[in-house]
Structures are given as structure tokens and as C-alpha cells.
Design a protein around this ligand. Structure first.
Ligand SMILES: [Zn+2]
Length: 340
């Protein structure tokens, strides 16, 4: 069997994808092996139109739509996270192994065939294909929210010396603050306000949402109409605020403040979500074998912990739940009392 190397075709990879018709230059990467005379003229627009990458790749890889993109486990390396991404321009890229190309490259690599054979496989309609669902209005709207969240994250800065740091220190949190927390001044009802911004990352580490806690200049909670100060933007399901690096045993918490308090109280590495309803949707990497589910001392917290426990037990993980000491509503209340 022949090893396929993507680096063999750098010029082609870098060049424009769209080929109107076969031109000599397109074959030149194969030198004399594929002279023009040896191949019948092929209309690439027609070939690609008849063989969308998502349809051909989707038959080999289970692809899940994420906005404009399709993602799945890479067929070219051992992939536990969805690193293989199909872009709207009919190209793919793997963030794990660097595999990259168009539908012809995909067929060459998957079936370990040469360029000419890949073309004839495609042209002959011999390859399995799956129907491709076009992005719906919902998908585009979802992607727009993720993009907005990513823009807020990109425009936020370190916590040090900001009202967001004061907010956390006033809550008796003394540990070094993680990089997934930043500070920004964000608009709320025509006024710019200080804000603690927490990054919500997807299972493969991509930003998928931000969680914002609006504050006063002195590090208190902002006085906003309706009393609500915490707002999420993006897609929350499955995501986590990674307060600690991933570890074989992870603590889980329903808020940033309680998550940091749990780290401080127990020294466990902790990931947080943005409220009880997101708790049982959090996706843990395979490296995690044991979870400690920290929850608030109310019915909503206990229910969320129970749902989350069942989910991880079903996946074969060791599960413990942890409640605040009697008399405290959450871990931060417990920590603040302990630090008095
Ligand atoms: Zn790969």
C-alpha cells in the first residue's frame, strides 16, 4: 500500500480551488505521469457539482453541522475529538493531523489511489454518498451568535487590576485566576459597563460562547433593570468554562464563582457551566475518568447534579456529588464564611 502525503502537492493546496476545466497546469504536479493526452477532458465544475465534498466525506465520516461547517472524527488519524472540518468552499482541513484538500484529495487519501483513479471513481459515480442538508436559517443564526461571542472574547483583556478582578477577590477567591476569564467594557442598554467575560469552549476547544457578568466600577454586581446581571451569548450546550486544565478527575460546577470557590476549597481541577440547565449537557473528554459534581443547596442544584451524575455513570465514569456544608446556599457562601 502506498503512503499518501499531503505535502506532495503544496502548490495545488495553496492555489485557487475552482478549476473551470482541465488545464495543463492542473496536471503538472504529476509531471509526465499524467500528460494531457492520457486523460479525457474533465469538467471540474460538473464533477464537483455532482460530488459535493460533504456528500462524499459524509459517507465515510459521520459529519455534524456546526453553523456553516461540518465536523466529524478525522478518517486519516486516530481522532477522539471532531477535528475534521468541511468548509463551505468545498475544502476540508483536519486540526489534528493537518490533512487538507478538496474532494479529489479526499478520495485519493481515503482510497489510497492516484489522481486519475480518484477522478474516475468520482466521475463513474462509484463512490457512496450521503444527502447533504444545507445550512438552515437556524444554523446561520447560531453561527452568527458564535461569531459575536468570539468577537467579544477577542476584544477583552486580562483581569489584573480591573473591576472583574475586584469582583472575584471580594468574593474571597484568592487563587490565581485562569485565562478563560477576562475583562471587557461592554454595552448594555446604551451604556458601557465593566464586565467579567468567561469563555465557553466546545469539546474540541473552539470558542462557542461567552458568559458575561455585568459589574460596577467598584467590582459589585451592576444594577440592571430586572436585577439580572449574567448573560450568555453563543451556543452553550456541551460547552464548558475551563477554570482548570483537563485532568483524570474533574470537578463540575454550575457557575464561575462556585467553580473557583470549589477549586479553592478542595484543590480539585474544575470546569464550570453557566447555570444548572447546562450542567448535564457538558461534554467531558475521554481523559476524564472520574467526576465530582458540585451543586447548590437547592432543588434546582440537586436535580441538575442528579441528571449529570446519571449521564456520566452511563458512560462508565466514577461519579461523586458534593454539596455545600449545611447552612450555605453554595460553595462561594461557604468559602466567604471560611475566610472571615
Ligand atoms: Zn486528521
Amino acid at each position: 500500500m502506498r503512503e499518501f502525503s499531503y505535502s506532495a502537492t503544496p502548490a495545488y493546496r495553496a492555489g485557487p480551488m475552482k478549476q473551470q476545466t482541465v488545464v495543463a497546469g492542473h496536471y503538472s504536479r504529476y509531471g509526465a505521469k499524467w500528460g494531457r493526452a492520457e486523460l479525457p477532458p474533465i469538467d471540474f465544475d460538473r464533477l464537483r457539482g455532482a460530488n459535493p465534498l460533504a456528500a462524499v466525506a459524509g459517507a465515510a465520516v459521520k459529519l455534524v453541522r456546526a453553523g456553516n461547517l461540518l465536523k466529524g472524527a478525522c478518517p486519516f488519524h486516530e481522532d477522539n475529538s471532531p477535528s475534521f472540518t468541511v468548509y463551505p468552499d468545498q475544502r476540508y482541513h483536519c486540526f489534528g493531523c493537518g490533512a487538507h484538500g478538496d474532494v479529489v484529495d479526499f478520495v485519493m487519501a481515503l482510497h489510497r489511489v492516484g489522481y486519475g483513479e480518484a477522478l474516475s471513481l468520482l466521475d463513474g459515480g462509484q463512490l457512496p454518498k450521503v444527502p447533504v442538508r444545507e445550512p438552515s436559517g437556524d444554523d446561520r443564526e447560531r453561527q452568527q451568535r458564535i461569531d459575536e461571542a468570539a468577537a467579544i472574547w477577542a476584544n477583552s483583556g486580562p483581569l489584573s487590576g480591573t473591576p472583574a478582578e475586584t469582583y472575584l477577590r471580594r468574593r474571597a477567591i484568592t487563587i490565581p485566576l485562569p485565562d478563560c476569564l477576562r475583562f471587557a467594557r461592554l454595552r448594555f442598554r446604551n451604556a458601557c459597563r465593566p464586565c467579567l467575560v468567561a469563555l465557553v469552549q466546545s469539546p474540541n476547544g473552539d470558542p462557542q460562547a461567552v458568559h458575561r457578568i455585568f459589574l460596577t466600577e467598584s467590582g459589585g454586581k451592576a444594577d440592571l433593570p430586572g436585577g439580572k446581571v449574567k448573560f450568555s451569548l453563543g451556543v452553550l450546550a456541551g460547552g464548558a468554562i475551563r477554570l482548570s486544565p483537563v485532568a483524570p478527575e474533574m470537578g463540575l460546577c454550575a457557575s464561575v464563582e462556585d467553580g473557583l470557590s470549589l477549586i479553592e476549597l478542595t484543590a480539585l481541577p474544575v470546569w464550570a457551566v453557566t447555570g444548572d440547565p447546562s450542567m448535564d449537557k457538558l461534554f467531558l473528554p475521554d481523559a476524564v475518568r472520574s467526576v465530582v459534581i458540585g451543586h447548590d443547596a437547592d432543588q434546582s442544584g440537586r436535580d441538575a447534579a442528579e441528571r449529570t451524575a446519571q449521564r456520566h455513570l452511563a458512560r462508565g465514569l466514577r461519579v461523586r456529588t458534593l454539596a455545600p456544608l449545611d447552612g450555605f446556599k453554595d460553595f462561594n457562601a461557604e468559602l466567604m464564611e471560611a475566610r472571615k
